[in-house]
Design a protein around this ligand. Structure first.
Ligand SMILES: C[S@@+](CC[C@H](N)C(=O)[O-])C[C@H]1O[C@@H](n2cnc3c(N)ncnc32)[C@H](O)[C@@H]1O
Ligand code: SF4
Ligand code: SF4
Length: 394
C-alpha cells in the first residue's frame, strides 16, 4: 500500500473555485451527429495507431484517451482480494488539486474519465468532481463502485452530475459468497438493491451498466450462478480477473485468491460458454471466456499486446501519474504538468515496453486487449456459428 505522502513536496495549486457544481451543464446528454462521429474517429484512430505501432512503427507514441482517477485508496468494505482497506492512505489530492487535474485532462482532450478507487463514493466531493468534469466538457464519465453508498438519493445526484456508465462489483451470486469475500455482512443485499436502482434508470439516461465479478479462488465455482444472476437482473456481466501484481492488490491474502483451481474453473466456464451459446445477451464474449482460463494459466500472455496500457492515463490518489496497473508510477502531478509527463521520454519508454508486454502481467481490461485482435473476432464468430448451426438469428 502507498505510504502517507510523507516527504513529497506538495506544490500549491491554483484553487479551482470554492464551490463545485452540482450538475452537468444543460445539453450534456445531447450528442450531435458530429459529436458521435468525432468520438468514433478518435477511437478508430487509437486502434489504427496501435496496429501501426505493432507492425510498422514500434516507437510510435500513442497518447492516452482515458483517465483513470483513483479519487481515494481508502474504502468502506474489506474485500479479501484487495489491499485498500488494510491501511489508511493519507495525503490524497485535495478537491482543488483534483479540479486542477481535471482541467489539465480537458485541455489534453481526454475522451473519458473513470472515477475509481478505493471506493470513490467515500469522498464527500465525489459528486462535485464528477460535475466539475462534465462542466469542463468531458462527456464520457464512468464510475467504478461497490454501490454501498449508491442509495436513491446518491444515484439521483450522481446522474445529475453526469455519470453515464457504471461498473458495480458483485463477487458472488448470493449473500453467503459475496459477503464472505467482501468482508461485510449485508453488503450483498445493499449492493444488489442499489444495482437494481441503476438498472431502473438505464433507459432514461442511456446508461452503460456492468456487473463486475472478480474471478478468484473463493468464487470460481459459482461462475454459472453469477451468469444466471446477470441474466435474471438483465445486466451485462464482466469477468474481472484477480491478480496480486496490480497496485492495491499486492498482499499475501490476494496471492492465495489469485491462484484458482484449474479443473473447477474449466468446468464452470464450460457451463457459462454453453449458456452463452443459448443466449449471449448479458454474458461475456466467447473469446473473453477463453481468456479467463488462459489468464490463470499464464498471467502474462506475452503475445497479446497491452492496449490497456496505451489507452489509460493512471492518476493515483496522492497524485502519482504514469505506470500501468502492474507498474507503479514514478512521476507526480504535484511536481509536473500532465502534458509534460505524457510527453516525457520516461513515460514514452515505459509505455513502449508495456505495449510489448515487458511487464509483470495482469489481466486488467483484457477484454479491450482482445477486442481489436482478428483471432478473437474469428473465435466469437465460430462459436456463434456453432450455436446457430449455421442458421442466421431471427
Ligand atoms: C479496486 S475496486 C475499486 C472500485 C470499488 N471499490 C469496487 O469494489 O468496485 C475495482 C475493481 O477491482 C476489483 N478487484 C478487487 N480485487 C482485485 C484483484 N486482486 N485483482 C483484480 N481486480 C480486483 C474489484 O472487485 C472491483 O471490481
Ligand atoms: S475491491 Fe473495492 S470495495 Fe473491495 S476493498 Fe477494494 S476498493 Fe474496497
Ligand atoms: S498487462 Fe502488463 S502492461 Fe498491461 S496493464 Fe498489466 S502489467 Fe501493465
Amino acid at each position: 500500500m502507498n505510504p502517507a505522502a510523507g516527504s513529497a513536496v506538495a506544490i500549491e495549486m491554483p484553487r479551482a473555485g470554492a464551490r463545485l457544481p452540482a450538475e452537468a451543464p444543460v445539453g450534456f446528454d445531447r450528442w450531435s451527429g458530429l459529436d458521435r462521429a468525432r468520438r468514433t474517429t478518435r477511437l478508430a484512430g487509437f486502434f489504427g495507431l496501435l496496429t501501426l505501432k505493432e507492425h510498422v512503427a514500434p516507437r510510435l507514441h500513442v497518447r492516452p484517451l482515458v483517465a483513470e482517477l483513483f479519487l481515494t485508496e481508502n474504502c468502506n468494505l474489506r474485500c479479501r482480494s484487495c489491499g485498500c482497506w488494510t491501511t489508511t492512505t493519507r495525503g490524497e489530492l485535495r478537491t482543488d488539486e483534483w479540479c486542477n487535474v481535471i482541467d489539465q485532462l480537458a485541455d489534453l482532450g481526454i475522451l473519458k474519465v473513470n472515477f475509481t478507487g478505493g471506493e470513490p463514493l467515500v469522498r464527500r466531493d465525489a459528486v462535485g468532481l464528477v460535475a466539475y468534469a462534465a462542466n469542463r466538457g468531458i462527456r464520457d464519465i464512468h464510475l467504478n463502485t461497490n454501490a454501498i453508498h449508491l442509495d436513491p438519493g446518491m444515484l439521483t445526484r450522481i446522474l445529475a452530475a453526469g455519470v453515464r456508465s457504471f461498473n458495480i462489483s458483485v463477487d458472488g451470486p448470493d449473500a453467503a459468497t459475496h459477503d464472505e469475500i467482501r468482508g461485510v455482512e449485508g453488503s450483498f443485499e445493499t449492493t444488489i438493491r442499489h444495482l437494481q436502482g441503476v438498472i431502473e434508470q438505464r433507459d432514461r439516461y442511456k446508461l452503460a451498466v456492468r456487473m463486475n465479478f472478480t474471478v478468484m479462488r473463493s468464487n470460481a465455482r459459482v461462475l454459472p450462478e453469477i451468469a444466471r444472476l446477470a441474466q435474471r437482473l438483465g445486466v451485462r456481466l464482466y469477468l474481472n480477473l484477480a491478480t496480486d501484481t496490480t497496485f492495491l492488490f499486492r498482499t499475501d491474502l490476494v496471492t492465495g485468491e489469485a491462484q484458482v483451481d484449474r479443473d473447477e474453473l474449466r468446468s464452470a466456464l464450460e457451463e457459462v460458454n454453453a449458456m452463452a451459446r443459448m443466449d449471449r445477451r448479458w454474458l461475456p464474449a466467447h473469446a473473453d471466456l477463453r481468456y479467463v482460463i488462459d489468464h490463470f494459466e499464464d498471467r502474462l500472455q506475452a503475445t497479446l499486446p497491452c492496449a490497456e496500457s496505451q489507452l489509460k492515463l493512471m492518476i493515483h490518489s496522492q497524485g502519482q501519474v504514469g505506470g500501468c496497473w502492474g507498474h507503479d508510477p514514478s512521476m507526480s502531478v504535484r511536481e509536473q504538468s500532465l502534458r509534460t509527463i505524457v510527453d516525457s521520454t520516461e513515460y514514452r519508454d515505459e509505455h513502449e515496453r508495456f505495449f510489448r508486454k515487458e511487464c509483470v502481467g495482469c489481466g486488467s481490461n483484457y477484454s479491450l486487449n482482445l477486442r481489436w485482435r482478428p483471432a478473437s473476432l474469428m473465435h466469437n464468430s465460430l462459436e456463434r456459428l456453432r450455436a446457430t448451426g449455421g442458421r442466421s438469428r431471427q
